[in-house]
Design a binder for this molecule. Structure first.
Ligand code: AMP
Length: 290
């Protein structure tokens, strides 16, 4: 491999991998003349949901940059962090197959060097639901996303609707800080049986996997009820909760999709948010109605 100013530690014919923020910034600058740079932030353990985000990113710009970083700052529970699946070689193969132009896979020291003392906090929309059940989680998300954006400076960043509240937090962050990036949202990709794809699903044993199907079933029940005219928040929540009796439910909420508040909006659409633990795996899912 010819030596150059960018230290490409791992490289194949079609996927370029950088590690340090300086190398990532330079590599992204080199893509910029080709047209819009679209970023897909991930924590690795890539599945078809991530691949759909990458495909969408290709349709939105000229170059696609994927970051792979399991962000310790967003894990309050260190045991959860330790159990988080990781397989960088498989991830790089997936990025290569999806024609990703650049992979940025920083280490924890790259992202949070000694003395790192900054936190980005988005109040309001980050506070209920995931914010309440995972204290500090969204500070970790907002901090890492701010750093990812400031290094890559993408024109567009694609996030999955599966993490509904995360999207609301990142949109607020981008508006409030005047970040010159468009936040694009991709639909949730589901397995054949309806379970939303998640890196955490590999930790479900067969029994837990079956029990977890109550989550998509409950969302389908909410959709059917909505289609038959049910609009009451309490009624919809009860329909969802009834399907989740065997799970350890953190919350079921029927809220305004743009504010996440319990007041319904003018258009009358709502989002049903669910977080529940099956076995020792915590899963989240949602559906927008209307
Ligand atoms: P993660 O690696 O879990 O942090 O997710 C990286 C991105 O992929 C986030 O924007 C997620 O919302 C998105 N994502 C995760 N699972 C899915 C899915 N099943 N369908 C669509 N996007 C997803």
């Amino acid at each position: 491999m010819a030596p150059g100013p960018i230290s490409i530690i791992r490289s194949t014919d079609v996927v370029r991998v950088v590690h340090s923020p300086a190398d990532a910034s330079l590599a992204a600058d080199r893509l910029r003349p080709n047209g819009p740079v679209v970023m897909v932030p991930t924590m690795g353990a890539l599945h078809d949901g991530h691949v759909s985000l990458i495909q969408r990113a290709h349709s939105l710009g000229a170059s696609v940059v994927v970051s792979i970083f399991v962000n310790p700052l967003q894990f309050g529970d260190k045991a959860d962090l330790a159990k988080y699946p990781s397989d960088i070689d498989r991830d790089l193969a997936a990025c290569r197959d999806a024609n990703v132009d650049l992979v940025w896979a920083p280490s924890v020291d790259h992202m949070y060097p000694s003395g790192f003392a900054t936190r980005v906090t988005v109040s309001g929309v980050s506070e209920p639901y995931e914010g309440r059940h995972r204290p500090g989680h969204f500070d970790g998300v907002a901090t890492v996303v701010t750093k990812l954006f400031s290094v890559i400076r993408p024109d567009v960043a694609v996030f999955g609707a599966k993490d509904f509240q995360q999207v609301a937090v990142i949109k607020r962050l981008a508006i409030d800080l005047g970040l010159p990036v468009t936040i694009d949202v991709a639909p949730t990709v589901r397995d054949h049986d309806g379970l939303a794809l998640s890196s955490r699903n590999v930790r479900l044993d067969p029994l837990a996997r079956t029990q977890a199907l109550a989550i998509p079933r409950s969302l389908r029940a909410a959709s059917s009820a909505w289609q038959s005219g049910v609009r009451g928040r309490g009624e919809l929540e009860a329909i969802v909760t009834a399907e989740l009796v065997d799970l350890d439910v953190d919350y079921v909420a029927v809220v305004d999709p743009s504010t996440l508040s319990e007041r319904t909006n003018d258009t009358g659409s709502v989002v049903v948010l669910i977080a529940a633990t099956v076995g020792d795996v915590r899963l989240i899912d949602n559906v927008v109605l209307g």
